[in-house]
Design a protein around this ligand. Structure first.
Ligand code: PGA
Length: 238
């Protein structure tokens, strides 16, 4: 894993935006899976600025949702699709119709997840995964313990994820208890992975991810086995 340490969150965001823009320039039709969560928000803002400066054209990207709560109505303000739309799709002026989604209101999560994996396979795997790091070491909603070969599937959120997600929605009672997540198999099959980590509260888990044992108890530790991972962390996290 390549670790890039930036001075602060603003520098992390700019470095991440340049990384993503570089990947798009290299392959404009890249299959890209886009994390939500707080960490990449600054990077997406910077990315939109880079685009306005004419730095790259994201219009041909083949975009995928990374994860989604299960059991919310389609228009619910808490959906991660809504977050992706507000933070990434709209600022870049992209078409929402082409995104491969995990629909929160599906009545058949297994089929939804299988269709997602078929779309990932049809794209030849992800070219770029943009990921945040959960306080429990999860990637997307691959909650510990998660096997490296786990496919996209329905999951029950852990207490730690419910608590950390409650910060997004103003209370733990607002956090759905189930979700769908891109599988570790699909994530680890990505040609390139960008992991963004910010803040002192991620310091211990980042240490375990970078140099602890590779274990399903810390799903992100499987990144140690991948040949092309860039971790951009700010000083507080690193
Ligand atoms: P965060 O979430 O970016 O809001 O810290 C990361 C995650 O839980 O995967």
């Amino acid at each position: 894993m390549k670790l890039v340490i930036e001075q602060d969150y603003a520098a992390l965001s700019l470095a991440a935006a340049r990384f993503i823009a570089g990947a798009v320039v290299e392959k404009p039709e890249s299959a890209v899976v886009v994390a939500t969560g707080n960490t990449p928000i600054g990077a997406y803002e910077q990315l939109a600025l880079l685009q306005k400066q004419g730095g790259f054209d994201p219009s041909r990207l083949n975009l995928f949702q990374l994860d989604e709560y299960l059991g919310l109505a389609a228009g619910d303000s808490r959906t991660l699709w809504g977050w992706m739309d507000r933070a990434f799709i709209q600022p870049l002026g992209l078409a929402a119709d082409n995104v491969v989604r995990l629909h929160c209101d599906t009545t058949d999560a297994d089929s939804t997840c299988q269709a997602y994996d078929a779309a990932v396979a049809a794209a030849g795997g992800f070219d770029l995964c943009i990921l945040g790091l959960g306080p429990n070491g999860h990637l997307a909603f691959n909650e510990p313990p998660a096997a490296a070969d786990s496919n996209t599937r329905k999951v029950i959120l852990t207490e730690e994820s419910i608590v950390s997600n409650s910060a997004y929605w103003g209370g733990r009672d607002k956090v759905p208890l189930q979700a769908m997540t891109a599988g570790l198999a699909q994530i680890l099959g990505s040609k390139r992975i960008l992991l963004l980590v910010s803040g002192a509260k991620k310091r211990d888990i980042l240490q375990r991810v970078l140099s602890g044992p590779v274990t399903s108890d810390v799903p992100a530790s499987f990144l140690q086995l991948h040949g092309n991972v860039t971790v951009i962390a700010d000083k507080e996290a690193a």
